[in-house]
Write a protein that binds this ligand. Structure first.
Ligand code: HEM
Length: 398
């Protein structure tokens, strides 16, 4: 999953020009080395243009005229050369304010970022959520609800303590708010302004942003809580392989044995932890602009370990303007959130309408013993062994 995500992200590295050596160098002798009509047309077609002929042409201090002469000097750089240096980030700039991005006067990733955010990100993200919803609905009609096969015993077993349920619902509640407010931010202009008008949307957008920024802390806290409480139960175990190979018994008769969490739940747990952490870190980078830069360093590592090459992406750019770091943070934040939202839709399905008896585990914390035997037989045996030794209790249901 992580590898697939990295691949996805890197295919989006729209700001990274593919390596110069792959491109034929056009003949620029007619323009004395300056750009040609062909260069301009290629850029307009959206082709990857090797800009080194411009980015490196930023003047030469050694050719500056003597300052003592009349109408002396531009420091060896003409106006176009100076603008090029500004645009490609190599100008020597002094700014009166000290903000982290103060000396970046021109960066040109913004338009591509905006187009990507409004285009493929919104389209494929929306499709993923709709597709997941349709698949789950189809699954419900084909497979139906997973019911408790055997006769109910009338006894219950404690599955989750109050603190575990609190951590889960803090995570779930905050995630749902974050998901909805995040989607309002992404789709609002296109969907909500035409429906409700600018004024109503302005109110909604400001509110969404405020909720999104502040609820993020609850999500991070809950993520840490469930990690600490459940990591021990989510370490791989040999029963997981059998469980996964049998698809959890969803399409067959019988239930593969499982510990407290089965193979499928462990996948959910680790997705939540890894993707949730990735969303949190990029979210913090967005909350504190220009303070947390990680993409240039990540790209450098991917280049160094040959991962970008193996994925066919060529050399990734290792120097990014501060704004480009923010653009990548925003895209990664949104892409990983879409993936986690799709996973969580499936999780919510199975925890509610998809499986009889599952919701009780997070509702009251008590599950029917027969449900537990069918879905977590090894765990029930462990609980029973503890009960006999006096440390846990099963309770008759009312
Ligand atoms: C309305 C929303 C939700 C419902 C009804 C729900 C329901 C449940 C239930 C019933 C369980 C216990 C399963 C068992 O007894 O084995 C569970 C576990 C869990 N939930 Fe949720 N949940 C919801 C939302 C979320 C969200 C938003 C997240 C994370 C962002 C999340 C993360 C987890 C994790 C990591 C587990 C443990 C692993 C697993 O059982 O899959 N849940 N949830």
């Amino acid at each position: 999953m992580l590898r697939a995500l990295i691949a996805l992200m890197l295919t989006l590295s729209f700001l990274s020009t593919a390596s110069a050596q792959e491109k034929a160098v056009p003949d620029r002798s007619a323009t004395g080395g300056a750009q040609t009509l062909e260069d301009i047309m290629a850029r307009q077609r959206g082709d990857d243009v090797d800009n080194s002929f411009r980015s490196d042409a930023t003047g030469n201090p050694d050719s500056a005229a003597d300052t003592a002469n009349q109408l002396g000097t531009l420091g060896g750089a003409s106006d176009p050369e100076l603008w090029r240096a500004l645009r490609f980030g190599s100008a020597d700039i002094t700014a009166s304010n000290n903000g982290p991005a103060a000396t970046t006067l021109v960066q040109d990733g913004g338009m591509k970022w905006l187009k990507f955010r409004e285009g493929p990100l919104a389209k494929y993200g929306g499709d993923l959520l709709m597709g997941t919803f349709i698949l789950l609905t189809a699954f419900y009609f084909i497979r139906g609800r997973i019911t408790i096969d055997g006769a109910k015993t009338g006894r219950t077993i404690t599955r989750f303590k109050a603190i575990e349920r609190f951590g889960h619902w803090l995570l779930a509640g905050s995630f749902i708010f974050l998901g909805i407010t995040g989607l309002i931010s992404l789709f609002g202009r296109k969907v909500l302004i035409p429906a409700f008008g600018h004024e109503a949307f302005a109110f909604l957008a400001v509110g969404s942003k405020w909720i999104h920024n502040n609820i993020s802390w609850a999500f991070m806290l809950a993520l840490a809580m469930i990690f600490v409480m459940w990591v021990i139960h989510n370490l791989p175990h040999k029963s997981d392989i059998n469980w996964l190979l049998k698809g959890g018994g969803i399409f067959s008769k019988g239930h593969p044995p499982a510990k407290k969490f089965n193979g499928g739940q462990k996948l959910i747990f680790w997705s939540v932890i890894l993707l949730g952490t990735s969303i949190s870190v990029t979210g913090l980078a967005l909350l504190f602009p220009f303070e947390i830069n990680m993409f240039a360093a990540t790209f450098a590592k991917l280049n160094a370990f040959g991962i970008s090459g193996a994925l066919g992406l060529g050399e990734l750019r290792e120097t990014l303007a501060p704004h480009e770091e923010m653009q990548y943070a925003q895209l990664w934040h949104a892409i990983v959130s879409f993936v986690l939202m799709a996973i969580i839709l499936a999780h919510i399905y199975i925890g509610t309408v998809g499986m009889e008896g599952a919701y009780d585990a997070m509702g009251s914390g008590e599950v029917e013993e027969q449900w537990a035997r069918e879905h977590h037989s090894i765990w029930v045996d462990e609980v029973m062994a503890d009960t006999q030794s006096g440390s846990t209790k099963t309770t008759p249901a009312e």
